[in-house]
Design a protein around this ligand. Structure first.
Ligand code: PLP
Length: 389
């Protein structure tokens, strides 16, 4: 028998970065000492106190059972307390918070949960490629919203086609931004709430890098904007703030209808997350957040080191306000992909070509700040030898 993939699966986008991983692995296989700046996988371990909480929780038989379908009520309470303490935002733990097995799941399942085939949703370009999986599975119509350097990589809603705005039902934002490192302002989020209300468009703000802001500027939460809960949700992950990427835990918070839709689809797909992981997540949220401050200081130090090393060879970065990426322009005569290929081939330095995040990423490559000095300096020294800058 043959089992061809369903139409939904056949619509799934090609994994652009699988190709990059293949190229990097092929280079490593030649024995080259590859400096890999192409990834987005946090390199630091989960803080010890969270690992210990997990170890203790794992030993308790109560945590070996099924979780409550919609997650541990204590985790939802801790999440509400976290948002209140960190952002001054009030949330109803049961109606306005959904526990996710990583924020990617929420971002991918939401279009299926609140849209119908043929509905329109708007995604940022450049943007996190996995948003496209949700578009394909829900069979919705995709429109892209260009993020331009001259607008600090924030969308200009006046630029959008009126017909698209009229039929759009949902849009995604992501600040601090992957891949550009751009951050949002309270004024921009206020404009977003006004635009969403006026045009009846739901908003999802992906706050994956919410903890990581530089130069003493804390990234603002979309939910701090008056009226935000009327129009949308924010998704949050433990992957970046607490280096828990492999643990798979996150949450969505905000609009009660969207949260209910997420909970309902998850009632059918999952039985929430391993209870011990949820207990460890409570410990993380209830902590004094010193581990987060230490992590941000590390990323800021690396950003400064990488920026200095790049500037020293004449490679001027886009000024990053947050996340753990540097968004680097491609020299004249190259595309994102030809430049990334050249760096890998001739300098054994792997970077992520900007066009992998959409056509709007053309002309840039993304550098992950996920290795220590002196490898940044060495990478820049190798690139200098190519004589491009
Ligand atoms: C912008 C953005 N959103 C969401 C995610 C997904 O994070 P997770 O599923 O680990 O919560 C990532 C991961 O790299 C990301 O970069």
């Amino acid at each position: 028998m043959n089992f061809p993939e369903s139409n939904s699966l056949q619509r799934l986008p090609k994994q652009f970065f699988a190709n990059l991983v293949r190229k990097v692995n092929a280079k490593v296989a030649t024995g080259a000492d590859v400096i890999n700046l192409g990834q987005g996988n946090p390199d630091q371990p989960t803080p010890d106190f969270i690992v210990k909480a997990m170890q203790e929780a794992t030993a308790k038989p109560a945590n070996h059972k099924y979780s409550q379908f919609r997650g541990d009520p204590e985790l939802k309470k801790a999440t509400a307390a976290f948002y209140k303490r960190e952002y001054g935002v009030e949330l109803d733990p049961e109606k306005e918070i959904a526990i996710l097995g990583g924020s990617k799941i929420g971002l991918v399942e939401l279009p299926f949960a609140i849209l119908n085939p043929g509905d329109t949703m708007i995604l940022p370009d450049p943007g996190y490629p996995d948003y496209l999986s949700g578009v394909a599975l829900a069979d919705v119509r995709l429109e892209l919203m260009r993020l331009k350097e001259e607008n600090q990589f924030l969308p200009d809603y006046d630029d959008l086609d009126a017909a698209v705005v009229q039929r759009a039902k949902l849009m995604y934002l992501n600040y601090p931004n992957n891949p550009t490192g751009a951050t949002a302002t309270p004024e921009f989020f206020k404009k977003t709430v006004d635009f969403a209300k006026q045009n009846q468009i739901g908003v999802v703000q992906d706050f994956a890098y919410g903890a990581i802001g530089f130069d003493g500027k804390r990234p603002v939460s979309f939910l701090q904007t008056p009226g935000a809960k009327d129009v949308g949700i924010e998704t949050y992950t433990f992957s970046k703030s607490y280096n828990m990427a492999g643990w798979r835990i996150g949450f969505a918070a905000g609009n009660a209808d969207m949260i209910e839709a997420i909970n309902l689809i998850q009632d059918h797909l999952f039985v929430s997350v391993f209870p011990a992981i949820q207990k460890a997540a409570i410990t993380a949220l209830n902590s004094d957040q010193q581990s987060v401050r230490d992590l941000v200081a590390l990323y800021e130090k690396r950003r400064n080191q990488f920026f200095s090393a790049a500037r020293a060879i004449g490679w001027e970065p886009y000024p990053s306000g947050g996340s753990f990426y540097a968004w680097m322009p491609v020299p004249k005569g190259y595309t994102s992909e030809s430049f990334a290929d050249l760096l890998l081939e001739k300098a054994a330095v792997a970077v992520a070509p900007g066009n992998g995040f959409g056509a709007g990423g053309e002309g840039f490559v993304r550098v992950g700040l996920l290795i220590d000095e002196p490898r940044f300096t060495e990478a820049c020294q190798r690139i200098k030898k190519l004589g491009l800058f």
